[in-house]
Write a protein that binds this ligand. Sequence first.
Ligand code: PLP
Length: 458
Amino acid sequence: MYSNSLIELDRAHLVHPVASYRGHEQQGVRVLASAKGATVTDASGRQLVDGFAGLWCVNAGYGHESIVEAATRQMRELPYATTYFGLGSEPAIRLATELAERAPGDLNHVYFTLGGSDAVDSTVRFVRYYWTARGEPRRDQFISIEMGYHGSSTVGAGLTALPAFHAGFGIPFDWQHKIPSPYPYRNPVGEDPQAIIAASLAALRVKVEEIGPERVAAFYAEPIQGSGGVIVPPRGWLKAMRDLCRELGILFIADEVITGFGRTGPLFACSEEGIVPDFITTAKGLTSGYVPMGAVFMADHVYQVIADGAGASAVGHGYTYSAHPVSAAVGLEVLKLYENGLLENGRKAGGRLMAGLEALKDHPLVGEVRGRGMLAAIELVVDKKNKTPLPAEAQAARRIFDRAWDNGLVIRAFANGALGYAPPLCCTDADIDAILERTAVTLDQTLEDPDVRRVLKD
Ligand code: PLP
């Protein structure tokens, strides 16, 4: 059997990211064979609706011929061109230009990477270089947020605040600090938006004081905390944090690897609050996952300090595949799709998704529904009043993921039992309805799980 032999080969040779290796050996891989629109087909021919756009990345949906053509054309003409030694390629220059024109404010300088982790890593290097060039090399302390995710490189995973990314890896470093998450559903100050914003501002002030105001280099925030469980801060939170960073004289980096490129509605979530960070990191939707690429957007004032600081010397940061022409050609085509109806469709589909998830609020297991645009989560509890998470024995994430899969739905099940949604922006009404119906069935089946039943409170 095609699929069975692949399972054996996978077990023997393919090391999977963020997996229990032993658990995976037992479970075996699920092989995807093809996809179109928002539907993926597995190796046995079974179709599922992809409620998570791969890994929050296939924003355009699968099977766009125009993207395939753009990549093929570029591969034929010029499959590779380095951007070292003053060289370049037309698609890279054009994509940087198109992106700079659309980025908020003066984020006019674009540095291409291979994905989100090295985009974050690049900002850490640029930030250090910036402060050194400004004559303040002692500004070497970085602050990020509990439950945040900033990639899986050694440096970025230290800014990440999810325990699995630290345990056994000897990180975070002692220059990496955290403040609490503005998690409205489980915030010690309650759910009042103004109280949550005030608490985050106070926490950042205190942390900066603790570290020493002259030592702090930068603050990192996701507009919506994705991998932490789609945690949506109150409106105004991002702007308040950005303004405080300016007041404290520290750089502000918005990590838009998930929220960028239409996931929450506009091209950049930062524009929803009218803010201009010093850097924005992006990846995923930039190429809609068809080929790897990330981009760091750098504000004018940062770029000028770095450029002047280096003078005639090289700024020693680069990758063989920086500004890869095939990825750039794909990025240009995907950008056209966003502007020719995809962003608009995403906003419409996002409204339907959120309304449908809100309608599940009365389900006995649904503690909270949250989201913005095509990025959403429902947090499951067994006791709504006390917000008690599903019992550990229920292995909520694994079992719910499996049930949803068996119902023909791909979602993300977070360790705490929250279910994450990030469907392709091309979803039709029927796709969204399928996601909602299959979610409802999955929730009802979870209600019948003996480990859940045992502890369920009305
Ligand atoms: N930053 C954020 C906010 C992310 O969500 C991710 C990935 O999910 C990354 C960085 C890392 O991106 P990549 O997996 O492309 O390295």
